[in-house]
Structures are given as C-alpha cells and as structure tokens.
Write a protein that binds this ligand. Sequence first.
Ligand code: DAH
Length: 346
Amino acid sequence: MLDNLVKLREQFKQELEAVEIREELESIRIRFIGKKGLVTSELKNLKNLSGDMKKQAGKEVNILKNDIEQSIIAYQKIIADKEYLAEIEKSEKYDFTIPSRSNMGSLHPITIIQKEIEDIFKTMGFIVEDGLEVQTEYNNFEAVNIPSDHPAREMQDTYYLDNGQLLKTHTSAAQNAIMKKYGAPEPGKPLRVLFPGRCFRNENLDASHENTFFQLEGMMIGEDISISNLIYFMKVLLSEVFKTDVKVRLRPGFFPFVEPGFELDINCLICGGDGCSTCKHTGWLELLPCGMIHPNVLELGGINPDKYTGFAFGLGLTRLAMMKYEIKDIRLFNSGNLKQLKQFTI
Ligand code: DAH
C-alpha cells in the first residue's frame, strides 16, 4: 500500500503540472480526493490492514490527502490569476477611440451656449432661476409695465389658453415672481439672478423668425446699481462668449419695463467694425436690449424704488447662437434634424 501511495503522489504531481484551466483542476480533485477518488479508496482500504501497518499507512494516506488538498488550493489561485491577466489582455485590445455604434445624442446648440453663459454669471455671484413657460397675463404684461391697452402688446402676440393664461412672450415675465421670491436685497448683497427660458410669439416663419425661441434674461438689484454696472456685466458676458475683447455701445431703446432703456450693440466681429453685409455696413451689431428697471416694475415686485435701483437685460439666446455658430436659418433649431444639430457638440 505504501508503494501505491508513492505512485499516487507522483501521478498527481504530473497531472497537476499539465493543468491549464479551472475545469481540469476540478476533475483531478474529484479523481484523487473525491468520494470515489483514488486516495479516498486507499483510505477505505485501511480497514483491511492491521496493527502498525494500519497506523503507518493511515498516517501516510492522510498526509497525501492533505498535500493534495493544499496543492489544489494553491493551484486554484494560480489559475484565477491567469484568468484575470487574460481578461486584462483582452480589454487592452479594446480601442476606446472607436466611436460608439449607438446613437448617443448630443447637446442642443442653444443648451451649450446657455450653460456657457450660466457658468460665466455664476462666477460673478448670479443665481439661476427657471421661469414658467405658461404664465398669467399679469406676469407677462402688467407686472412689467405693459397694461392691456399698451401698443407694446401688439408686437408680442402669443398663444392663449382657454383659462386665460398664455405662453410667455419674453423671459421678462419672470421678473415679478423673482422679485417677490427674494424680496429687497440686504445692504451690500445685491440680488443677482439669471433666468433663461423658452418664449413664444405669433410669427410668420422664415429664416429669421420662429414662433418658439430662447432668451436669457438677467437682473441685478441693489442700493447703488447704476448703468456702469450694467455696461461692465454686459462687456464681460460678451467677451467671454465670443472669446475676444468686444467693443460695445449703448443707444437709447424703448422697452416699457426699463427707464432709461438701451439697445446694446457690439462691434461687428466679422469685419472688425469696418463694415460688411452682416452688420449692414454699420460696423455694429444689435444684440442686447437692456436698461435700468422701471420704478413701477420694482414697486409691483414689492421692492421700494426710492431705495433700490437695478438693471435688467434680455439676451436673444437663439440669435446669439446663430451668430456664434454662423447658423443662417433660425428654423434649424427646432427642426429636430440631428445630423445638423450634432455638429455643434463640443
Ligand atoms: N423682454 C424684451 C423682449 O423680449 C427684452 C428685454 C429688453 C429685456 C430690455 C430686458 C430689458 O430685461 O431690460 O423684447
């Protein structure tokens, strides 16, 4: 029997050395120390022996069985490591630069530019608010100094719901609610808010008119806010968006909710101000209506106009995106044409 054990040990050693995969190891385990395994049968055979012989053989069989178990455990670890390395090897062959086959979608150009402007303003202490798209007539018009008989309503015809509410014609519709939400600012802490949003107007569609478009409005209200603050913030905004130092000029402009109101122009970035077809040979592009918030509007928002002043601006986000990305037809934005819209993703 002892000879047999020596042979079994040798046989196990040879077979183990040839093992490559987990399954082979398992079958060796079963063949040697499984219920009906070679070593297990030797254990069973012990009962046929007697005396010292039985004692010695018993000891040897148990040592062999134990050695086999240990070797198998050690080999399991070796195989697991091998498998892991093989996995890594496989994944290294994967080329991460190959574009995905699935259609991943992309950010809309308006979203890209909106986020960019939000980031610029956030670094200057502005908070971003989300105005409702369905508004009351009061918020959209009366609260921004456009009473029902005001001619300004003519230019802002929109879609009315049966309940008398409407689809907002401009982001200014959120001014009143924002003023009421935040109230009068504490000394030295002017209220700074940005409120981008989708707006609607009854328009005849063409390359430069859409019934659905985006604006981005901002307000700063405090005890000493002046036109200088307005100009500073607008210059920072435009320089960051166009990644160059832009020249601006203010012209008087009429908007019922600001007094004085301005049209802020930038020097034409296409011709550098010399005059070209884009700027209609004036060297300037009209971009940003703005002004000092009308006292009536502050008052309706619950802010004392004798104590506080503020500026507001209403940036045509869709228009800005058209200029920045040189998009000639406004209808592209709502077209859902992924092939075209995807080009702007950075
Ligand atoms: N709400 C105006 C419009 O849609 C744009 C505007 C002009 C907003 C001047 C302002 C502003 O805040 O000060 O035509």
